[in-house]
Design a protein around this ligand. Structure first.
Ligand SMILES: *Cc1c(COP(=O)(O)O)cnc(C)c1O
Length: 391
């Protein structure tokens, strides 16, 4: 006799169906593991590759000076921080890093978060809430978008870089407080936000402006503060976010601004209040990196000059590099299948360039994302250009 009530399927059985769907759509992603340190040459699954996929723009992730600073701090401070910052997870290296970050960025104060993701999500949700409005560029990083959603403010997404549309939206809004949030250097397109215009629009409407300099800190501007410095508007942007985990080669994120902004975040940014402070050793490594950024401007200069040359070479070959103006150079191909095939073909030639597909980029905008670092040699870049020419 058959059971009139067969047991229900396993509660997670739907996941396998969904994974099959992702596979079919060419969107299923798999982890591989790098062997050895991050750098311009890496080994993956026994295969030696020239690496054009990292955010280690200044070649600091494996710099022995960062490792030495981290080891020394681990020796004196121990490894784990053991608690959230407010409950004494914050140690002397964290405080010193915040002091140095404020000095580096030319602001009253700075606050270090466990990651850039936490800094963005925490800051946005701390600045607006129900009854407020937040205006977000269509191509903003996921952490900003998640911050918008978490805030429970009214979220308006404006077309990429479209400050005129933003101006119209701000004119019409009846919200109590308004926040405009944007990447300064967009992580997939490698283009810059029109910060001069955005600053003017925000000032006109009395809106708060938050910019995320994750890919620009250490790279753009005469002192490496980011795109706002490069465009001469850094002191007109009230909330600036950055990360310690990309050009600075360490881990963590930060917000810089006025003393009262920082004090507000200490009290209300939930990822700050409810998450354990990062190890003191990562703060010590970031301090060492800031010193290198100050003393070795040639790293960012070399990087941006090399990027300009590469963009020109690729355009000459007929590739579409979109509106890239930075060390991030996308090859826009549109179709997911083509992007994945190109990435595989490059890998067979010993060159790693990741294919970027939805949902990281909008549907129909799949690309290969080349990221340059100052640790790449001219020969490595020539190898990449030659491999692309052959495809
Ligand atoms: C990587 C990234 C972040 C997050 O920084 P992490 O320190 O890696 O968490 C934030 N914003 C942008 C634009 C990013 O690309």
């Amino acid at each position: 006799m058959s059971d009139p009530n067969p047991p229900p399927p396993h509660p997670l059985a739907w996941i396998d169906d969904e994974l099959v769907r992702l596979e079919r759509e060419g969107r299923r992603r798999r982890l591989s593991t790098r062997e050895g340190p991050q750098g311009p040459r890496i080994v993956v699954d026994g295969e030696a590759l020239v690496h054009f996929g990292s955010n280690d723009y200044l070649g600091l992730a494996a710099d022995p000076r960062l490792a030495a600073a981290a080891s020394e701090a681990a020796r004196t401070e121990g490894w784990g921080s053991g608690a959230s910052p407010l409950v004494l997870g914050r140690a002397r290296p964290h405080r010193e890093l915040e002091r140095r970050l404020a000095e580096f960025e030319g602001t009253e104060a700075a606050l270090v978060f466990a990651s850039g993701f936490a800094a963005n999500a925490g800051a946005v949700a701390a600045l607006v809430g129900p009854g407020d409005a937040v205006f977000s560029d269509r191509k903003n990083h996921a952490s900003l978008l998640d911050g918008c959603r978490l805030s429970r403010a009214d979220v308006r997404v404006y077309p990429h870089g479209d400050w005129q549309e933003l101006d119209r939206l701000l004119t019409r809004t009846r919200a109590r407080r308004c926040l405009v949030a944007t990447d300064s250097l967009f992580s997939m397109d490698g283009d810059l936000a029109p910060l001069v215009e955005l600053v003017a629009v925000c000032e006109k409407h009395g809106a708060m402006l938050l910019i995320d300099e994750a890919h620009a800190t250490g790279v753009f501007g005469p002192s490496g503060r980011g795109v706002a410095e490069a465009l001469g508007v850094e002191h007109r942007v009230p909330v600036r976010v950055g990360t310690l985990s990309k050009a600075l080669g360490s881990a963590g994120g930060f917000v810089v601004g006025s003393r009262s902004l920082i004090e507000w975040l200490v009290n209300t940014a939930r990822p700050y209040v409810f998450s354990t402070a990062g190890p003191a050793a990562t703060a010590a490594a970031a301090l060492a990196a800031l010193e290198i950024v100050r003393r070795e401007p040639q790293r960012r200069e070399t990087l941006l000059a090399r990027a300009a040359t590469l963009r020109q070479q690729l355009r000459d070959q007929g590739w579409n590099v979109g509106s890239s103006a930075s060390q991030i150079v996308p090859l826009v191909v549109g179709d997911v299948g083509r992007a994945v095939r190109l990435s595989h073909a490059l890998r067979r030639r010993g060159v790693f360039v990741p294919a970027i597909r939805p949902p990281t980029v909008p549907e129909g905008e799949a690309c290969l994302r080349i990221s340059l670092t100052c640790a790449h040699t001219d020969e490595m870049v020539a190898e990449l250009v030659e491999a692309l020419r052959q495809l």
